[in-house]
Design a protein around this ligand. Structure first.
Ligand code: ADP
Ligand code: MG
Length: 493
């Protein structure tokens, strides 16, 4: 994969190689192997079944919905779905892991190779890069240790214990912070369109382990192989992922150029200081003593289940963007209107209400986004819905409203929740093309500004705007600007 991104060190340029392991919490009401609730923010230890607390003799029962969500996610990235997969135990001791092992899938993951295409530049198809996904497997989340509740003790909250995670492992295919950022944003969008993860990075529903190595530029050969990587754990924002890559790549170049070697290790990111530091040197996978979980049968998916998963997939971001682009709304609008699933749905509804795609896309990207931004709201809780917006756009299209009247009407709609037609009627905000009324105002204005009229006739053409402005003001903004222009030109000769 070609990239222009290079780190310049004392010995010349270095290429950066990045692979991401993303943990995405599966959207489901219950946990992966128990019926306990997964609702975020509950009181500690109120959502813990005997299975999650690892009471002796408790048996895990796979949650069909979690499997369905992971399969749908795999299908959304064109991945190979493995009709036969198996759960393994990954053994380790930690206070937030009551079982003493995590149920995961090492040898036979549910989903095999797939790919995700990202645009490095929203407006440019030529900036597309395809990044390989190695696998997606299902595993259990651990509990949470709380070190700040008591001066001498740590507490443990098991609400998260046993919640289903999809681990989405990329190939080491990315080579710049921007590319990794674009990959994460795209993956998040796909998960949210599919509905398999809410993508909420602040709440930890999606977090990334960032693998970084550096090497001298050029093809991968035995003389110039991939460098040794470090893995920075649990990074919870796109911005931090990009910062980790930048920082870690520079650190590695310094170490190597200083005569040292990179050791494969796990690191932690400190966002306050913007540094990464060693957490532990990398355990070899064998240390986990993986073995097939004897409490669980292998997962075998039948054709009906797979067909149902496929049939339930929505239109995905790329397809939607292409469809919008074909409406001639421009690559940029198509991109921003599809970046978030809620925006795309809203815009689709607006189109279903009969709005003209070009006018509607400009209005959403300009007026609506501007207003929501100002009000601190998202499109989901927009005070004006798609149906109301379609009516407003229709009033602009049939020239009942000029651009500036439409802005006024929209403001009132945002304030009162009224429909556009009602606002126009109630407040008399209709645009007028009545030449009688417009002519009368123009005559007054020209008479009152005889000096300016003379200057205009002597060649000071910039004054035309002044006459337009005065006329619009006299008509309280309601005159049709086209008619005002036309009448002024004819009167001023
Ligand atoms: P583990 O589970 O031990 O972390 P994996 O083989 O699953 O190991 O790889 C983890 C991640 O590391 C993958 O996303 C992969 O793309 C990435 N990776 C592997 N080799 C390199 C490398 N040399 N540089 C950067 N990333 C790498
Ligand atoms: Mg890893």
């Amino acid at each position: 994969m070609v990239s222009d991104y290079r780190i310049t060190g004392a010995t010349g340029e270095w290429e950066v190689v990045i692979g991401l392991e993303v943990h995405a919490q599966v959207t489901s009401n219950a946990k992966l192997f128990s019926g306990a609730s997964t609702t975020f923010g509950a009181e500690p230890n109120t959502q813990v079944s005997l299975v999650d607390a690892a009471m002796p003799g408790m048996l895990p029962v796979p949650n069909r919905e979690c499997i369905r969500q992971a399969v749908r996610t795999g299908m959304a990235i064109e991945a190979k779905i493995n009709n036969w997969s198996r759960f393994d135990r990954k053994n380790y001791f930690y206070a937030d892991l009551p079982q003493g092992y995590q149920i995961s899938q090492l040898y036979h993951p549910l989903v095999g190779e797939g790919e995700i295409t990202v645009l490095l530049d929203d407006k440019d198809e030529a900036s597309a890069r395809t990044i390989g996904v190695e696998r997606i497997h299902l595993e259990q989340d651990a509990g949470k240790l709380m070190h700040d509740q008591h001066p001498t003790m740590s507490y443990v909250d098991l609400n998260r214990s046993g919640v289903a995670l999809m681990e989405i492992v990329s190939k080491p295919d990315m080579c710049s912070p921007a590319e990794a950022g674009a990959y994460l944003r795209k993956l998040r969008a796909i998960l949210r369109y599919v509905g398999s993860c809410d993508g909420n990075m602040e709440e930890g529903s999606m977090r990334a382990d960032v693998n970084v190595s550096v090497r001298k530029p050029g093809p991968i050969t035995s003389e110039n192989p991939l460098g040794t990587r470090t893995e920075t754990k649990n990074v919870n924002s796109v911005r931090f992922v990009m910062a980790v890559i930048e920082h870690e790549a520079r650190r590695q170049v310094e170490v190597i150029e200083g005569g040292g070697a990179i050791v494969q290790e796990t690191r932690l990111y400190d966002p306050d200081k913007n540094v990464t530091r060693t957490l532990r040197s990398k355990e070899d996978a064998h240390d986990y003593r993986y073995f097939p979980d004897p409490d669980l049968l292998p997962l075998e998916l039948d054709e009906a289940f797979l067909a149902d998963c496929r049939a339930s997939l929505p239109e995905l971001p790329d397809a939607k963007r292409k469809r919008f682009e074909n409406l001639d709304i421009g690559a940029y609008n198509a991109s921003i209107l599809t970046a978030e699933v809620e925006t795309a749905r809203w815009f689709d509804q607006l189109l279903e209400e009969g709005a003209d795609p070009v006018a509607a896309s400009n209005w959403v990207a300009g007026e609506l986004f501007g207003a929501l931004n100002r009000l601190g709201k998202t499109i989901v809780d927009s005070p004006v819905g798609p149906k109301q917006a379609a009516e407003l756009l229709a009033l602009i299209a049939d020239k009942t409203l000029s651009g500036s009247l439409a802005k006024q009407v929209f403001e009132i709609m945002l304030d009162t929740g009224q429909d556009a037609g009602a606002v126009v009627e109630e407040r008399g905000l209709k645009q007028t093309s009545d030449t009688g009324a417009i002519d009368a105002e123009i005559d007054n204005i020209l008479a009152a500004n005889a000096e300016k009229v003379q200057q205009y006739k002597d060649g000071k053409e910039a004054l035309f705007g002044f006459f337009v402005g005065q006329t619009m003001k006299a008509m309280a903004g309601k005159a049709n600007p086209g008619v005002v222009n036309e009448r002024l030109r004819s009167k001023l000769g």
